[in-house]
Design a protein around this ligand. Structure first.
Ligand SMILES: *Cc1c(COP(=O)(O)O)cnc(C)c1O
Length: 401
């Protein structure tokens, strides 16, 4: 079992079919490039859905992980360990928040934010027991747990998994007015992606986040920003909310926080919010473990230099300028911010998956989202030359279809 074909055959036969991967079997990766088992090189334009913002095998992150592996990997939260304080203080400073609640996966951090918001609603806002509601957006993506898919509007994610968790109101994304109309006395939070990644890199209208912030403040409702995919440098700022100078009450972080090495997620909030959680009320065996914290500290150190944010902003200009040149040449629309783009392909030319396959044949790994939309989010370490080459490959693919 060593060729791509053999490995794919066994993978398909022996694993659940909850994914439909492109037919490439990756063996190693450095920076923005991956190599398959036959030695063919591909430019990674997905970055593990923005988990690899700082590149495959980022030397600072790998070194931090290797150092930590030698000393201590797990204690459980029954004890303190020496990486925990620096991680929480560092992430607290980066987010401008008092406190951190570390978890592992993004979905767990979203679940954490939902629990915190409800408890805050009952204990601080004074909502009657069991009556709290949270306003969420159409076409959201917040993860795959039963509570989270309860308020998904994607039939694949949602249908067939009931009974569903109640307590959510779904409104149109990008409309502050829709939120204003949905808020009632029992609303404890508005949960929003500052840019909807899975939905196709949908950027809301200018001023939307500012307006969401205002509505939340006026109604004593928590603004929760799911920055799992949009945060940590991808859009050219540390957080996508920074583009409107908006400070949510809770940040939900994940993906790139683990440096592409281990799953690390967290909720960041001030004490008047996160302080509602007392011992025994929430937890995770692996959340905040020493290896995760050491990697997280390396990620925070990288972000504190501002280098990656500036690079994503600069390369993002190049990416978007190049992509805009393809409008009318097979591309219908381009959206995004920083080094992150959703590219709508003319459906007459083929599905997003067909385009992704054709890109793969030309050495570029990208992923379709819905229908005919391709998402491009290469590691921020990518060179300008490689980035331009990737867009050239897309142009060539579109020409050939
Ligand atoms: C990926 C993602 C999640 C879920 O993270 P997992 O680590 O896959 O559980 C939640 N919200 C957003 C915006 C995401 O992009």
């Amino acid at each position: 079992m060593s060729t791509s074909a053999e490995l794919i055959e066994v993978s398909e036969r022996r694993s659940a079919h909850n994914y439909h991967p492109l037919p490439v079997v990756i063996h190693e990766a450095h920076g923005a490039w991956v190599v398959d088992v036959e030695g063919k090189r591909y430019l990674d334009c997905l970055s593990g859905y923005s988990s690899l913002n700082f590149g495959h095998g980022n030397p600072k992150i790998i070194e931090a992980a290797q150092e930590q592996l030698k000393n201590l990997t797990l204690t459980s939260r029954a004890f303190y360990h020496d990486q925990f304080a620096r991680f929480c203080a560092g992430l607290g400073d980066l987010t401008g928040k008092d406190m951190i609640l570390p978890m592992n996966t993004g979905a767990e951090a979203v679940e954490t934010a939902i629990k915190v918001a409800r408890k805050w609603g009952y204990e601080v806002k004074g909502v009657a027991p069991e009556q709290a509601n949270i306003i969420v957006m159409e076409d959201n993506f917040h993860g795959r747990t039963t509570t989270i898919i309860s308020f998904s509007t994607d039939p694949d994610a949602h249908d067939g998994f009931g009974p569903y968790t109640p307590g959510f109101k779904i409104v149109r994304y990008g409309s502050a007015e829709a939120i204003r109309e949905a808020v009632d006395d029992n609303t404890v939070a508005v949960l929003v992606e500052p840019i909807q990644g899975e939905a196709g890199v949908l950027v809301p209208p200018d001023g939307y986040l500012t307006e969401v912030r205002r509505i939340c403040t006026e109604n004593n409702v928590l603004m929760i920003a799911d920055e799992i995919q949009s945060g940590l440098g991808r859009t050219g700022r540390t957080f996508a909310c920074d583009h409107e100078n908006v400070m949510p009450d809770m940040y939900i972080l994940g993906k790139a926080l683990g440096g592409g090495v281990v799953p690390v997620s967290a909720v960041a909030a001030d004490e008047d919010v996160l302080g509602v959680i007392k011992p025994g009320q929430h937890g995770s065996t692996f959340g905040g473990n020493p290896l995760a914290c050491a990697v997280g500290i390396a990620v925070i150190d990288i972000l504190n230099t501002g280098e990656f944010q500036a690079r994503a902003a600069r390369l993002g200009e190049v990416l978007h300028a190049r992509l805009r040149e393809l409008i009318g040449k097979g591309v219908v629309a381009v959206r995004g911010r920083g080094l992150w783009a959703g590219v709508d392909i003319d459906p007459a030319l083929g599905t997003g998956r067909e385009v992704s396959k054709a890109l793969m044949a030309r050495g570029v790994l990208a992923k379709d989202t819905h229908g005919s939309t391709i998402r491009l989010a290469p590691p921020i370490v990518i060179s300008e030359e490689d980035l331009v080459w990737a867009v050239d490959q897309l142009a060539a693919v579109l020409e050939s279809l």
